[in-house]
Design a protein around this ligand. Structure first.
Ligand SMILES: Cc1cc2nc3c(=O)[nH]c(=O)nc-3n(C[C@H](O)[C@H](O)[C@H](O)COP(=O)(O)OP(=O)(O)OC[C@H]3O[C@@H](n4cnc5c(N)ncnc54)[C@H](O)[C@@H]3O)c2cc1C
Length: 436
């Protein structure tokens, strides 16, 4: 173990299970102090993931007095622990969205995600943050019956959405690019790629602090309310009085704010890392990341140093499975039988915030108090960009966030009492269909 690994590898997020391989390999994860007492700010931000930190960075750069609090450490939610895959577009395919929203709005939402991709890459390169970007993405089909949908998606993206980077892969090409014959076909996307998520998070937090944002960890928001025209956040370390508030808690919202909680549901997702696979050059020789067509999506890639990082095995309750490693190893074995007994060196999980139509949630939940989240598994690029757009909006510019406002995301049915139970039933049903 290198000295730099030992600095951070023992930190266990109190809100997400397991110590991630990212945590163990990020060279320096600064800790920020707890809020020293009550304060005022132009803008107060609750949540130190990509959304909140990008908002903080851009607001501070634009001259606003910003205070950001996180209940734990920045990156303890999804942003420091995800699969690192950019993907392309929103979580719902552009041609699916087109059927519901019409072409023009579907195109604008797609373009927004392309802007997000560029924004993250430019941000990292402008600040010298080594996010370990590796190009290439393979989306592979586990059921033959989906082949026509995949073929027509490739055509639609090139012909109607102006995205020429997709190509359809038959069985043979899919097998050779994956190093596995488990899937029937796939799509290769040369216009996207994957990153080391914690390196982005740490670099972003440092830039936000350098720009003058006040970052406080171990400071939990307990209540957000309006008092005499200002927004007041009661926290575990005093109150923050601000003109505006951004709630950027996403899937970790808990009972802080009921509108967000009824529109953004948490799903637990888990990842395992193997040792460096020196004996398996046939696995992902092109270095692409992979996601599959299962509803309980499996997503995997090799790290820059050659480990397999394999995600899957969702859970729809707050409970964590007792043994993440053996579940992940079982899924790896189905795709790569040669890795049947592979060691899982790190296993961890986190909560993904999903919405009913799998499009982001953006809403002013009370005057001056905005909540953003629900990127539905496509948040690596979108959350960064939405945080930036929120800052632009607060500083007075019109932004693409209006597109999200117009989506009018519906609440999950069932009310506070039955929502989780209904979601559990619905998702379990879809998960069952993966096997049929
Ligand atoms: C296992 C996993 C794999 C994923 N894989 C991918 C992927 O490959 N590609 C992709 O695009 N997306 C992926 N995602 C989703 C992506 O990581 C998220 O969409 C994105 O990171 C959301 O960022 P955020 O800032 O909105 O929320 P988060 O990063 O979750 O941050 C929310 C923060 O709010 C804080 N908080 C909550 N309540 C309070 C409170 N009361 N007071 C103060 N602070 C509070 C939390 O401590 C947390 O730090 C994955 C997610 C997970 C969990």
């Amino acid at each position: 173990m290198s000295e730099s690994e030992s600095v951070s590898m023992h930190w266990q997020s109190p809100i997400s299970p397991g110590i991630s391989w990212y945590e163990a390999t990020v060279p320096d994860r600064p800790a920020y102090p707890a809020m020293p007492g009550s304060r005022r700010a132009d803008v107060a931000i609750v949540g130190g993931g990509y959304t909140g930190l990008q908002a903080a960075y851009n607001l501070a750069k634009g001259g606003a007095d910003v205070t950001l609090i996180d209940a734990c450490r920045c990156g303890d939610g999804a942003s420091g622990r995800n699969g690192g895959q950019f993907g392309t577009g929103q979580r719902a395919w552009a041609d699916e969205a087109e059927e519901v929203l019409g072409h023009e709005r579907a195109q604008l939402l797609f373009d927004m995600a392309e802007n997000a991709k560029r924004y993250v890459l430019d941000f990292a390169s402008a600040h010298g943050i080594d996010i370990e970007f590796v190009p290439g993405q393979l989306s592979v089909g586990h059921k033959k019956s989906l082949e026509n949908d995949y073929r027509s998606h490739v055509e639609a993206m090139a012909e109607r959405f102006g995205y020429p980077h997709l190509s359809f892969m038959g069985r043979e090409e899919t097998a050779s690019r994956l190093g596995s014959s488990h899937y029937h076909f796939g799509i290769r996307d040369t216009g996207t790629g994957h990153i080391h998520p914690m390196k982005l998070l740490v670099g972003l937090a440092k830039q936000a602090a350098l720009a003058g944002a006040n970052l406080y960890e171990q400071t939990k928001a307990l209540k957000v309310e309006k008092k005499g025209g200002a927004a007041v956040i009661e926290t575990s370390r005093g109150t923050i009085t601000a003109e505006r508030v951004l709630i950027a808690c996403n899937a970790y919202i808990g009972n802080l704010e009921p509108v967000t909680a009824s529109h953004v549901m948490p799903i637990r997702s888990f990842i395992g890392a193997t040792p460096v696979l020196t004996d398996h050059p046939e696995i992902l020789p092109g270095g692409e990341s992979v996601d599959d067509s299962r509803f309980v999506v499996r997503y995997f890639r090799k790290s820059k140093d050659g480990r397999l990082l394999f995600g899957g095995r969702e859970a729809y309750t707050a409970d964590n499975p007792r043994d993440i490693s053996s579940h992940i190893r079982r899924q790896i074995r189905e795709i790569y039988p040669a890795l049947a007994n592979v060691e899982i060196t790190h296993a961890w999980g986190g909560s993904v915030g999903i919405t009913m139509p799998r499009q982001p949630f953006f809403r002013e939940v009370m005057p001056g108090v905005t909540s953003i989240g629900g990127y539905s598994g496509h948040g690596v690029m979108l959350s960064n960009y939405c945080g930036k757009l929120y800052a632009d909006l607060a500083l007075g510019s019109a932004t693409e966030l209006d597109l999200l406002k117009d989506l009018k995301i519906p609440a999950f049915p069932g009310g506070t009492r039955f929502r989780s139970a209904l979601l559990f039933l619905a998702l379990s049903w879809y998960a069952l269909r993966d096997r049929l």
